[in-house]
Design a protein around this ligand. Sequence first.
Ligand code: FE2
Length: 462
Amino acid sequence: MRQHRTAPGETAGSPGLSEALRARAVAELLAARDRTTALTATLDDADLVKQHSPLMSPLVWDLAHIANQEELWLLRRVGGREAMHPRIDPLYDAFEHPRAKRPTLPLLAPSEARAYGHEVRGRVLDLIGRLGSSGAVTGFGADLTGPGAEFALGMVAQHEAQHDETMLATHQLRSGPAVLAAPPPPGPADAAALPAEVYVPGGPFTMGTSAEPWALDNERPAHQVDVPGFWLDTVPVTNAAYARFIADGGYDDRRLWTADGWAHRQQAGLTAPLFWEWDGGWVRSALGVKEPVVPDEPVVHVCWYEADAYARWAGRRLPAEAEWEKAARWDPATGRSRRYPWGDEEWTPARANLGQRHLRPARAGAYPGGAAPCGARQLLGDVWEWTSSDFLPYPGFTAWPYKEYSEVFFGPEYKVLRGGAFGVSPVACRGTFRNWDYPIRRQIFAGFRTARTAAEPAPERA
Ligand SMILES: [Fe+2]
């Protein structure tokens, strides 16, 4: 069972299944369900069962899969209950059926999927109300008691929130009129006064966590990493900067691309970010709306190869994952690693663009209330940020609760993304959170920022 020890250099987490954590789990489960409902209530049944892209599941699969995982982990593993509908389990096992094949399965209809989710949730709320302070349910148990039950609640809340992000990406790939709406995010108040880059001093810092109760296995354990001094972009790379890379022939200059990147650029015919088209100026389609590209918004829907080529064009490089985390968490005043760039306190709407409150990234320089100690802004929220790093285990990694959570993905095939995007829930976003994907992926809400090693002379800024 996972231990919740506090490592040196890390802020202490909750010691047990506290009342506060249980209340937060309930709030996060309800918030995720509100979002799931908003993402599916505005579509008719035909749109819910249709596959909008072979990269994505039909939305009705996500609906029942969310319920099935919640039943599996909370009702069966924590609560010790029998399976409600054992026949459907294999249909909703993400490892049994690739996304492209899911529309061919005998899936639950939208009304059945909703009813299943509703029934599971009712039983889960009842179960949470009866969890003892040790996390054990009287008469049941197995391995998910105590800290295990505490973790399972957070894991299930994060799971639904992560599917809400996936479902938003499905909406982005869907053709048809807009069905989702949200107010615009706040604009930057003082962006013009911000330096182009910030300095992060060299030295060791604590990376990863052993204290966050809801951190996933790949974020653990906390460990020391020595990171030499480096400079990091204060804000993510903007559409305007990226358009200059395009105009300067960046997509046609083989020297800027890795061999794999150039081969992919040629084979896939990449010439601009996904969803961009040229119409006398750059225009982008987003969630059913076509509009001119906003110059000072972070660029989004670029793959790792494009981010890497841009960085080389700018005379810079992508930050390593450890650099990104040090910039986001390390507080030189205390020598400790924060939970979030702004400190150890939980997210508020003034700190980062998260939770699908706004359905686009905020302009570069927004959210001064979420700045890291080094001065970098928007490290959490707005867009995922590609790093130069492969997805690898930390020293002392232990797979939990199952190998397919992270371990089977470790290796050079996947690149790490950090920070979370506007479609990510606060419950699934923190300074230690690690995302990973193939370097060709563009449908995810990913952008990037660039870095340079301190010893190098300052290049001409593009
Ligand atoms: Fe899932």
